[in-house]
Write a protein that binds this ligand. Structure first.
Ligand SMILES: Nc1ncnc2c1ncn2[C@@H]1O[C@H](COP(=O)(O)OP(=O)(O)OP(=O)(O)O)[C@@H](O)[C@H]1O
Length: 311
């Protein structure tokens, strides 16, 4: 009897690893939704900027990711498993206002980090503290806001996490400290295999340090994606006045403004723009973010504060 022919192995498609994956995720405080219908796949190995105005829901999303909040609706996976308990050793989390223990010294914080984290990299932590010029004997309560933020980032990085989540880490820093902090962060990303999600109000911070963007406005994700791709697929079209409805289907209008004779559209499309009536211009990341924020403002009910889109 002859053996049956070998069956070629079936290639089982594997989904690319994700840092965060949310499905219909929502969080309600009392009657107010802080996060609504959030469905999102953020790839691993990226530096993700989570941008949105005050009260957009950024902290809520990040706190759901680290399991400090539980969802009202939907689910969130972190590094391929449900957020919460089992994933915590793999996550470094620096919460908003970079909390530290005021009465403990810098050295105490590093000792605590070593006790609490099995993968603690003490030489990395010591080297960072020395490079930053932080006095190991100084109590955290006596550090400046910027120094405290650097201490908190050191604790987060020395944990050797797979995912580092930073909630507005540079909000309290002056421009130079902000630049140095983001520079340090990028160095850590280059040295370690690390995914980072950081929230910020400022597009300039994201432009400098991130390669993936999520825009959250009024509790909803407005857009998310690879920053290079977002910049390559969004355009400003300026030309003779035209009705939005006459635009080709593949051109998704994000914002439109008109004068008597002229129209300006900010569109997203994967296809080339062939209509020679348009003057096509490139957009900055800030243009893209503001357009999505403005779009949200236009769709908000009247009793909500409307975001100003300034150009
Ligand atoms: N513990 C809470 N109880 C009630 N409402 C809350 C609570 N935490 C947040 N909220 C509300 O949920 C919404 C989203 O808040 P969240 O802190 O997630 O926004 P954010 O984008 O991080 O804002 P910011 O940039 O100001 O930090 C806001 O309207 C806020 O008032």
């Amino acid at each position: 009897m002859t053996a049956p022919p070998a069956v070629p192995p079936t290639a089982v498609p594997t989904a690319p690893p994700t840092a965060l994956s949310a499905r219909g995720l929502g969080k309600r405080y009392g009657r107010r939704w802080a996060l609504t219908e959030c469905t999102l796949d953020v790839p691993a190995g990226r530096v993700v900027g989570l941008v949105g105005p005050n009260g957009a829901g950024k902290s809520t999303l990040l706190n759901l990711a680290v399991g400090m909040l539980t969802p009202t609706t939907g689910s969130i996976d972190v590094l391929g498993a449900p957020a919460g308990g089992g994933q915590l050793p793999k996550i470094g989390f620096v919460a908003q206002d970079t909390p530290t223990y005021a009465r403990l010294s810098v050295a105490d914080h590093l000792r605590l980090g070593a006790r609490l984290n099995p993968a603690w990299d003490d030489s990395l932590a010591q080297a960072r503290i020395q490079r930053l010029g932080l006095d190991p004997k100084q109590r955290a309560g006596k550090l400046s806001g910027g120094q405290r933020a650097q201490l908190a980032l050191t604790l987060g990085i020395a944990k050797r996490p797979e995912l580092l989540i930073l909630d507005e880490p540079v909000a309290a820093l002056d421009p130079l400290a902000r630049r140095e902090f983001l520079q340090d962060l990028m160095e850590a990303v280059a040295e370690q295999e690390l995914s980072v999600v950081l929230s910020s109000h400022l597009v300039s911070d994201v432009e400098r340090s991130c390669d993936y963007l999520v825009v959250l406005v009024d509790s909803r994700v407005q857009v998310s994606g690879d920053i290079e791709t977002l910049l390559a697929t969004h355009h400003r079209l300026t030309g003779p006045r035209r009705d939005e409805k006459s635009m080709p289907q593949h051109q998704h209008v994000i914002s439109a403004s008109h004068t008597d004779r002229q129209s300006t559209f900010l569109i997203r499309t994967d296809e080339p723009i062939l209509d020679s009536a348009w003057t096509v211009s490139q957009l900055s990341l800030e243009d893209v973010v503001l357009a999505y924020m403005g779009r949200s403002a236009l769709t908000q009910p009247k009793d909500r504060p409307v975001l100003e889109v300034q150009r």
